[in-house]
Design a protein around this ligand. Structure first.
Ligand code: 5RP
Length: 235
C-alpha cells in the first residue's frame, strides 16, 4: 500500500492538533471540509480509546453529520446545547487579522451559526490558505434563495462583483446547499473592509449568508510541509 502524499499527511496533522485540544465533557462544533474531516476522525479515535469522554458534537453540514456518525461522536442540536465549548472548522482564506473566507463546501451558513456560538473557534488550514487580503485567491460564496438569484446577482454586480452560479460536479445543474439554496461565487477586485462588506451583502434581500467570517476565529492552526515533512504551527 502506498503511503499518503505530504499534503494529505499535513492535513491529517493539523486535524490531529485541533482534535488534541478538545477536553472531556465538551460540546464541540464540527465543521465541514477535507481538513476538518481529519479532526472529526481523531476526536472519534480519542473517544474510542477512552482518552476523551462525554463529548457531544453539533454538526455544520450533512457531511459533518455523516462523519460524526461514522466515527462514533454523539450529536445534539443547538436547541439542546446551553453553550458550546469549542468549534473546529476549515477555511478557504485567512488574513493576518484571522478574518476568513469560507464556503468552499457551500456550508458557510450553518458553519457561521455554529462557529460564532463557540467559546473558542479553532480554524484548521494549510499554509496555502494564508493571504494578505481576503478575496485575493478565492471567490466569495454567497448563499441565495433560488427565486432571488437574478436580483441578488444584479445587486452584487452593482457592488463591483463578478458573479458565477456554482455548478455541480457529477450532477447536471447548480450546487444546491444543505438548506436547498443556490451558491453564487463572487469575484471582487479587493475586499478592503471585510466587516462592512459582510453586512452590506447580507442586507441584500434574498441573501441568506455570505462566506466572510469577521472576528469569529480565535485560534488558527496552520499546516505546512517543510523539507518534505508536515509541521503544524499556530498563527
Ligand atoms: C466548507 C468550508 C470549508 O471549511 C473550506 O472550504 C475548507 O475546506 P478544506 O479543508 O477541504 O480545504 O468552508 O463550506
Amino acid at each position: 500500500m502506498s503511503s499518503p502524499d505530504p499534503v494529505t499527511v499535513m492535513k491529517q496533522e493539523v486535524g490531529r492538533a485541533a482534535a488534541a485540544r478538545v477536553k472531556s465533557g465538551s460540546i464541540v462544533g464540527l465543521g465541514t471540509g477535507s481538513t476538518t474531516a481529519y479532526a472529526i476522525q481523531f476526536i472519534g479515535e480519542r473517544l474510542a480509546s477512552g482518552d476523551l469522554k462525554d463529548i457531544k458534537g453539533i454538526p455544520t453540514s450533512f457531511q459533518a453529520r455523516v462523519l460524526a456518525k461514522k466515527y462514533g461522536i454523539p450529536l445534539i442540536s443547538l436547541d439542546e446545547a446551553d453553550s458550546m465549548d469549542v468549534a473546529i472548522d476549515g477555511a478557504d482564506e485567512v488574513d493576518p487579522n484571522k478574518n476568513l473566507i469560507k464556503g468552499g463546501g457551500a456550508a458557510h451558513t450553518q458553519e457561521k451559526i455554529v462557529d460564532s456560538l463557540a467559546k473558542e473557534f479553532i480554524v484548521v488550514v494549510d499554509d496555502g490558505k494564508l493571504v494578505k487580503s481576503l478575496g485575493s485567491t478565492f471567490l466569495l460564496p454567497v448563499e441565495v434563495l433560488p427565486m432571488a438569484m437574478t436580483p441578488v446577482m444584479k445587486a452584487l454586480e452593482n457592488l463591483g462583483g463578478k458573479c458565477d452560479l456554482r455548478m455541480g460536479v457529477k450532477k447536471a445543474g447548480p450546487v444546491v446547499s444543505d438548506q436547498g439554496n443556490l451558491i453564487i461565487d463572487v469575484k471582487f477586485t479587493s475586499i478592503d473592509n471585510p466587516a462592512e462588506m459582510e453586512k452590506t451583502i447580507n442586507n441584500i434581500p434574498g441573501v441568506l449568508e455570505n462566506g466572510l467570517f469577521v472576528d469569529v476565529a480565535d485560534v488558527v492552526l496552520v499546516g505546512e510541509v517543510k523539507d518534505g515533512k508536515p509541521n503544524v504551527y499556530e498563527l
